[in-house]
Design a binder for this molecule. Structure first.
Ligand code: HEM
Length: 290
């Protein structure tokens, strides 16, 4: 467990460097034990690096290769039902693919405080990709062939995409690093929800559940609502279940002293005065006090 300064809540912790350096610095005595610890920590760090950068990038590449690139084929029938809205689909795929690939790099750079300038430039790229991808997604959602329930699910997904990304930008513009980090994670969870959507429709289809419209409708809601819920459990659960530096409330707060059943001691009577006298009376009160 990581040592936390007393008085700092998990939300106010500011990262000052790569997490493995921070964890090891306290007991860096140069002994054999330290060398083993460093080795184990570096192994954990590279596992963390793969989880943050490698895993999502591989999934993104798989999705783009399997589902997105086919629409760019020269074959005249390649666009299928999207032929009438081809420009919107291309803009959408361009923005979505860029956001899918930039997200893991950004999370990794931000988490490890690497190359702040590159992080800022790619961050602008990520936000622009989401802006283009989500604007086109709104158009596609309002013109879907799969009914209003699926359409609304996509509208909800687009809204979640924009809101989480705007919150991440707002947080960093107010220098709230931890909040920015959390909102970026939420934003990327929504970015990946179209991947989840395709996986879910595949599962529903293999399981022979309902017809295509029903499968698309269920997946258009489940693919972002459930991942966002799980993400929240992970983000907030770490705070809810973090060991508290303060003693339990029952021990820290002394028992309240019984309130005495006594009348107030100050006089409550006011002399009956004319308005002019009242002004003189109150100003004399003020001059008494000064
Ligand atoms: C996260 C927010 C996203 C929303 C709300 C969204 C919304 C939509 C909508 C409404 C459609 C048309 C569905 C239809 O009527 O058939 C669509 C299609 C598509 N989207 Fe997205 N999308 C999102 C993210 C992405 C991302 C990140 C990519 C990555 C490249 C992507 C790639 C595609 C592709 C390839 C299609 C064509 C249909 C298919 O083959 O699945 N989308 N999207």
């Amino acid at each position: 467990m990581r040592n936390r300064k007393p008085g700092l809540s998990p939300t106010s912790v500011r990262f000052t460097g790569p997490c493995w350096i921070k964890e090891n610095s306290a007991d860096d005595t140069g002994s054999l034990q330290d060398a083993t610890n460093t080795h184990v920590t570096l192994r954990k760090a590279s596992r963390g690096k793969f989880l943050v950068l490698g895993g999502p990038t591989l999934v993104a590449l798989w999705f783009i290769q399997s589902y997105a690139l086919r629409y760019f084929a020269s074959d005249p029938g390649a666009l299928g039902i999207y032929e009438p809205r081809r420009e919107w689909l291309f803009a959408h795929i361009g923005g979505g693919a860029a956001a899918l690939l930039l997200g893991p790099v950004q999370l990794w750079l931000g988490r490890n405080r690497r190359s702040p300038l590159l992080h800022r430039i790619l961050g602008i790229g990520y936000v622009l990709s989401v802006a283009v991808g989500s604007t086109a997604a709104f158009y596609l959602a309002f013109h879907t062939d799969f009914g209003w329930v699926a359409g609304l699910g996509f509208v909800g997904m687009s809204l979640a995409w924009i809101v989480t990304t705007v919150m991440a930008v707002a947080a960093i513009s107010r220098l709230l690093i931890q909040q920015h980090h959390e909102w970026m994670i939420r934003s990327y969870v929504v970015t990946s929800s179209f991947v989840t959507f395709r996986v879910l429709t595949g599962v529903f289809s293999v399981a022979n559940l309902g017809n295509t419209v029903e499968q698309m409708s269920a997946a258009s809601w489940m693919s972002w609502a459930i991942p966002l819920l799980l993400c929240e459990v992970l983000l907030q659960g770490r705070k809810v279940f973090a060991p508290s530096p303060a003693p339990p409330l029952s021990l820290a707060v002394p028992a309240p002293t019984p309130v005495e059943d006594k009348a107030p001691e100050y006089p409550v009577e006011m002399p009956e005065l004319e308005p002019a006298e009242l002004v003189a009376h109150s100003s004399s009160k003020f001059s008494d006090n000064s």
